[in-house]
Design a protein around this ligand. Structure first.
Ligand SMILES: Cc1cc2nc3c(=O)[nH]c(=O)nc-3n(C[C@H](O)[C@H](O)[C@H](O)COP(=O)(O)OP(=O)(O)OC[C@H]3O[C@@H](n4cnc5c(N)ncnc54)[C@H](O)[C@@H]3O)c2cc1C
Length: 411
């Protein structure tokens, strides 16, 4: 087990500086353009792939290869300090790779996770598809169905997925579907949909409030057939899981737990990552408004000389630091096998709220200029709000924390 330390090691300091340089020199200068265009920022992602920031090797080095668990959050904070829409375009494929790593066999992970990224010369994308128009927070009520065609050893998927990052433009889609609706979330399984599979198409592309450079779409599955080998974890494991779940349904006191459900297992492992995104946005807004407050003059002095502005900045700084500390604790616990869910949820909830509050205060400090698109703080405020919504809303994180601390199934 790695020691928990606030002192980053040499490798981490190097990675932090490397990502910061990319964020400052490439990402931030491109942010406004891609926000306005509302298009996937291919040239920036390709540039990230060329320097090795976008790719399976970096993700493996920064996550599995780091016993402290802090390297990936540090890198993400820097990138999202540059821009959240572009940051999510670079890190969005990681959600699909995490879905594969969390549910697949070692062979499936080796085959499919790298295909979520491609190579520096041939960049590919991954998408993780859980949410549906009528099932966001309530993942137990997914309607997308997967039916096994035994004669052909194929699965046939039908349904519509909503709000999918990289949906329809990804090469590899990981889809969570119901194989036995009666069992609710215990009757779900994850499938890889290989590139070019007929029956998978992009539905509407959403026009969003923020993170506009990130692509978000519906994904439509219409008699989409995949080989039996695309069921993550394999058929034998699924059959055993379903049998146990049916036994529990008939006799709630019997049998062992069926374990974490596919979508929940992925979200649990990625919640600290969302906290890191939020800390990056919040820090950008805090730093920017601190400098602005020293420069901007009103009533014959710098506005920071007024306590109301200086104290606002003091609180912003404190909250960013507090959010980062919760994040680092969650990331370390997660990597060192002690994570009991609530710490990840706490970090995500607190960092999301911090990002929204700090970016709003930044607009206040910049006054009229802050409200215009001439300055980046209004974009950071729009970008921050998603951190309260995706991968579990504020209210869902509160539910998870409340259940963890009480041991009671609070509704
Ligand atoms: C930009 C963007 C990108 C996304 N990317 C992905 C992706 O890549 N893959 C994916 O699968 N999904 C993705 N999502 C979907 C996202 O995870 C869902 O939007 C989110 O989980 C909330 O679900 P919902 O929108 O259906 O809200 P709802 O579940 O309808 O919630 C509406 C409101 O009710 C509250 N609420 C719901 N249930 C409870 C409860 N039990 N107790 C208290 N309050 C409750 C919620 O907190 C919220 O305030 C993305 C969404 C967006 C906007």
């Amino acid at each position: 087990m790695a020691e928990f330390s606030l002192q980053l090691n040499d490798d981490q300091l190097q990675i932090q500086q490397w990502v910061h340089d990319f964020a400052a020199n490439v990402v931030r200068p491109a942010a406004e353009e891609w926000d306005e265009r509302e298009e996937f920022p291919w040239p920036v992602v390709e540039e990230a792939a060329k320097i090795g920031l976008y790719g399976m090797d970096f993700m493996a080095q920064a996550s599995i290869g780091d016993p402290t668990g802090l390297t990936l959050p540090i890198a993400m904070e820097e990138l999202f300090w540059g821009d959240a829409g572009i940051g999510l375009s670079i890190f969005g494929s990681g959600l699909a790779a995490a879905g594969i790593a969390g549910n697949g066999t070692p062979e499936q992970v080796a085959e499919w996770a790298p295909q979520c990224y491609g190579t520096a010369d041939d960049v590919k994308l991954g998408a993780f598809c859980v949410s549906e128009p009528d099932a966001g927070s309530d993942v137990s009520s997914l309607r997308t169905k997967a039916v096994y065609d035994e004669a052909k050893d194929e699965w046939v998927l039908n349904g519509t997925k909503a709000w999918i990052t990289n949906g329809g433009i990804a090469d590899v889609h990981v889809v969570v579907a119901s194989v036995d609706p009666e069992l609710k979330s215990r009757g779900q399984a994850s499938f890889v949909i290989p590139p070019g599979t007929p029956g998978l198409s992009m539905g509407q592309k959403y026009k969003k409030h923020g993170i506009k450079a990130s692509h978000t779409s519906e994904v439509v599955l219409d008699d989409c057939r995949v080989p039996g080998s695309c069921l993550l974890g394999g058929k034998e494991k699924l059959d055993e899981k379903l049998a146990r779940a049916r036994e529990r349904l008939n006799n709630p006191d019997a049998g062992a737990s069926t374990g974490k459900q596919p979508a929940m297992a992925t979200f649990e492992s990625t919640r600290p990552a969302v906290a890191a995104m939020a800390v990056g946005i919040a820090r950008a807004a805090y730093e920017y408004s601190l400098e602005y407050a020293k420069e901007r003059r009103a009533f014959g002095k710098a506005i920071i000389e007024n306590q109301s502005i200086a104290f606002m900045l003091a609180n912003m700084c404190m909250q960013v630091d507090a959010a980062r500390l919760l994040l680092w604790r969650a990331a370390w616990l997660s990597r060192n096998g002690k994570y009991e869910n609530a710490e990840g949820s706490m970090s995500k909830l607190y960092a999301g709220r911090t990002a929204v509050w700090v970016t709003e205060r930044a607009i206040q400090i910049l006054g009229g200029y802050g409200y215009t698109r001439e300055y980046p703080v209004e974009r950071w405020h729009r970008d921050a709000k998603i951190m309260d919504i995706f991968e579990g809303t504020e209210q869902i994180q509160e539910l998870v924390i409340a259940r963890a601390i009480s041991g009671i199934r609070i509704e």
